[in-house]
Design a binder for this molecule. Structure first.
Ligand code: SF4
Length: 107
């Protein structure tokens, strides 16, 4: 094997590695952009009612004091956001001040 082949193989692998790293990042950015455009989940939607989702945790009968979507492990909104995606409701956003019966403590 010549030095040129070894060098071009190294360059190929470096570029392949860069591509493998950049493509998931770009896909993640697209998902975040799409998630921020998602419609707000209605508390009257059947899937919301099924887990007693409410936009105001203070009005929820089963919510422990201080538990809201904003501090739920399944909330994917940015810190300080007023609403954001939730892993339970793909394609929808929930209110940061909301709550549902699937609330989970962050690890
Ligand atoms: Fe809110 Fe968590 Fe329920 Fe999603 S799973 S609606 S973030 S409490």
């Amino acid at each position: 094997m010549s030095c040129t082949n070894s060098l071009s193989r190294r360059l190929f692998l470096q570029r392949l590695g860069l591509g493998v790293c950049v493509v998931p990042l770009a896909a993640g950015a697209v998902r975040v952009a799409q998630a921020s455009d998602a419609a707000l989940l209605s508390a009257n939607a059947p899937e919301a009612k099924a887990v007693q989702y409410t936009e105001d945790a203070k009005s929820a009968k089963g919510a422990a004091a201080g538990n809201t979507c904003a501090n739920c492990a399944l909330y994917q909104g940015a810190n300080g956001s007023t609403q954001g995606p939730c892993q339970i409701f793909p394609g929808k956003q929930v209110k940061a001040a909301g709550w549902c019966s699937l609330w989970a403590a962050q690890m």
